[in-house]
Ligand binder design. Structure first.
Ligand code: SF4
Length: 267
């Protein structure tokens, strides 16, 4: 059974995927990936806290008090995840305080943006507390789907349920000037295929949420994207079943920051 991230791993460097999946040689987490993991986890957990924050929101509350509630939520969750990753951070020579100072402005802005958004929505609809919460589209976080037919497994960051099932993938790294990165499109497309099979209903769109620019960008399923995903599945299986180590990536910049470069270049 392949996972959707095997497809994007293959696109990044098929040789690295082979080292990882076939030879069991894993890359040590880099500073960038540890910070990415923390950011991603904070977004996920803060999203789960929306319900509690909004249930206690009354029509007499000010924007400032709502923002303060969100600040507390983000602060607690960020500190929790920094502590959780303390060992990994220290192994990279990073102090937890420095990581907090670097990441906090990012989540402070999130707290401000979110509180402004919900405050404006509440005023516009004149809904507060439970009625506001019930009026929002519902979403399932971290939805795991296994397809025996595709022999594929995926964990979707969030699936919004609003008449249809809309997969949302959160990205904390940089965003392209427009549209979405190719790997992101493949990942989301694969989630649409998984959801379509799971719910017996054609799922034709989803979103990549680029948190760095605070934008949601839509991806549509189409026959070309579907074919591309099936072709990629075939190639990944072929590579992982092969006895031969794939060639090095042609983009040698990737090797500069690769954690298994020494092993890779010695073969
Ligand atoms: S060093 Fe380069 S070619 Fe080798 S696994 Fe890493 S990214 Fe791929």
């Amino acid at each position: 059974m392949l996972s959707v991230t095997d497809l994007t791993g293959y696109m990044y460097c098929s040789r690295k995927l082979y080292f990882n999946k076939v030879l069991g040689i894993r890359e040590k987490a880099s500073v960038v990936s540890i910070k990415g993991t923390i950011k991603h986890a904070v977004f996920e957990d803060a999203g789960r806290e929306d319900k509690n924050t909004l249930l206690s929101f009354r029509n007499t509350d000010s924007l400032e008090s709502l923002e303060m509630n969100y600040r507390v939520v983000y602060y607690k969750i960020l500190m929790f995840h920094i502590q959780r990753m303390k060992k990994e951070l220290e192994a990279q020579g990073l102090k937890t305080l420095a990581v907090y100072q670097e990441l906090w402005p990012f989540f402070l802005k999130e707290a401000q943006d979110k509180s402004r958004y919900f405050f404006a929505l509440a005023k516009e609809k004149n809904l507060y507390g439970e009625t506001l919460w019930l009026a929002l589209p519902k979403a399932v976080p971290e939805l795991k789907i296994i397809s025996q037919k595709l022999e594929l497994i995926g964990i979707i960051d969030r699936v919004e349920i609003d008449g249809s099932f809309v997969p949302i993938e959160i990205k904390t790294g940089s965003a392209p000037k427009e549209g979405v990165w190719k790997e992101n499109m493949i990942q989301l497309g694969a989630y649409m295929l998984l959801l379509s099979e799971h719910y017996g209903k054609e799922i034709t769109e989803g979103y990549i949420e680029y948190r760095a620019v605070n934008e949601r960008r839509k991806v549509f399923m189409n026959p070309f994207l579907k074919d591309e995903i099936f072709e990629l599945l075939r190639k990944v299986r072929q590579t992982l079943n092969s006895k031969e180590l794939p060639e090095k990536t042609k983009d040698l910049r990737k090797c500069d920051s690769c954690g298994i470069r020494e092993i890779c270049y010695s073969r």
